[in-house]
Design a protein around this ligand. Structure first.
Ligand SMILES: *Cc1c(COP(=O)(O)O)cnc(C)c1O
Length: 378
């Protein structure tokens, strides 16, 4: 180590295990993986390689650039779906790289069909069943299928998909509505594109029940250990540990304050730990006045989270239990579950993970504990 920085420890064995949990629950043909946004902030290369070695052959990303990253990591036989479709003029690049754009509008489809390209035009179609973000409405989808005999011969529809809006609330009535509509889309798909796969469920959808499964699952957050959905509780392993190094111990007298705005004022003598890691690293300001953990004991945040640092109250620790400079304080991990921390910050695990900053050093490990970085300075 040449500097103090927060450490993001990523347990690839837990990632693999979570993928197998979803795959084993899934009754359809294939379990894919969503690795958009740098695999939810965890690093797309190690994540894709680990999942590929488990047998995952269908990867979903948001953009072309993300798709190229994945393409360089896996053999050509792997399917890479680009959820935000194809930008006009990029059609040939998609064919060259064998990427599958998820086409979500009539306009995008017209561009795709009229582009003069060489190579196979593999694509997915997205149907809107109630999320009302991207997707062809069912009527439009039907019209598209009627016209398909006039399509160029090199166009191949590989997948028809839709996305659930409320899968993390099993009792929500939109789940049944979306299922009914997607069943119609799936019936049309079987008539017109007998070889195309169908896909409705992300992480939470897989745990709604077999009816929501169809051919291909698209889990994201469950792989990374977040479990918004009730059906997932207790099934998943924690993948991420975030630890921040202590930079300095500070003794505050009663009446002294800490940090910007002087928000926290000590009412008694206080031992505070100044720690490397702030909102530029993804330690959300809304986390204050929440906790970190040190050897299983809770350390409340004092005052505001700053860009590069935050401060914790360690007054209650026994002197021989006290962290030294360079020791790592846990912010997410065994004692502070990802979903719990996200909830405490007023957000969701997805946002917490994808905000983790570039400055954190990432450590990947399989099963065995990562080498400890604890201990005093040399
Ligand atoms: C992000 C995304 C997913 C993955 O969702 P999770 O809740 O993380 O499992 C699946 N499908 C689409 C269309 C997405 O945008």
């Amino acid at each position: 180590m040449h500097q103090y920085s927060g450490v993001l420890k990523i347990n690839l064995s837990a990632l693999r295990r979570n993928w197998r949990v979803v795959r084993d629950r899934f009754r359809g043909q294939y379990c894919g993986a969503v690795v958009k946004a740098n695999a939810y902030g965890l690093g797309v290369a190690p994540v894709v390689q680990a999942l590929y070695s488990e047998g995952c052959r269908h990867f979903f990303v948001a953009t072309f650039d993300e798709a190229i990253q994945v393409r360089r990591l896996v053999p050509e036989s792997v399917d890479i779906f680009v959820l935000q479709g194809v930008y006009p003029g990029m059609e040939q690049r998609f064919c060259d790289e064998d990427l599958v754009p998820v086409i979500y509008s009539g306009n995008m489809l017209r561009h795709w069909l009229s582009a003069s390209v060489t190579g196979r035009r593999r694509c997915a179609l997205k149907v809107n069943t109630g999320m009302n973000r991207l997707g062809l409405n069912l009527g439009e989808f039907g019209e598209v299928l009627q016209a398909k005999d006039s399509w160029p011969e090199d166009v191949h529809v590989e997948l028809v998909m839709s996305h659930l809006a409320c899968a993390d609330e099993p009792a929500h009535k939109l789940n049944a509505t979306q299922l009914t509509l997607f069943r119609q889309a799936a019936d049309l798909t079987r008539q017109h594109f007998p070889n195309a796969l169908t896909s409705l469920s992300a992480s939470a959808g897989v745990f709604l029940g077999d009816d929501w499964h169809f051919d291909l699952a698209r889990p994201g957050i469950a792989l990374y250990g977040g479990c918004g959905a009730p059906g997932l509780q207790g099934l998943l392993s924690a993948v991420v540990t975030l630890e921040l190094p202590v930079l300095q111990t500070r003794y505050l007298r009663a009446g002294e304050s800490v940090g910007y705005g002087g928000d926290f004022v000590a009412t008694q003598d206080t031992r505070a730990l100044v720690v490397s890691g702030g909102y530029a690293d993804g330690i959300l300001r809304s986390l204050a006045p929440r906790m970190a953990a040190w050897r299983g004991q809770r350390l409340p945040i004092l005052g505001r989270v700053a860009m590069d640092s935050c401060v914790f109250d360690a007054s209650h620790l026994a002197p021989d239990d006290f962290p030294r400079e360079g020791d790592l304080i846990e912010v997410i991990g065994a004692h502070l579950a990802l979903d719990e921390v996200a909830g405490a910050a007023g957000t969701i695990s997805y946002e917490l993970l994808t905000r983790l900053g570039e400055r954190l050093s990432k450590m990947y490990f399989e099963e065995a504990e990562p080498p400890s970085q604890d201990g005093p300075l040399p």
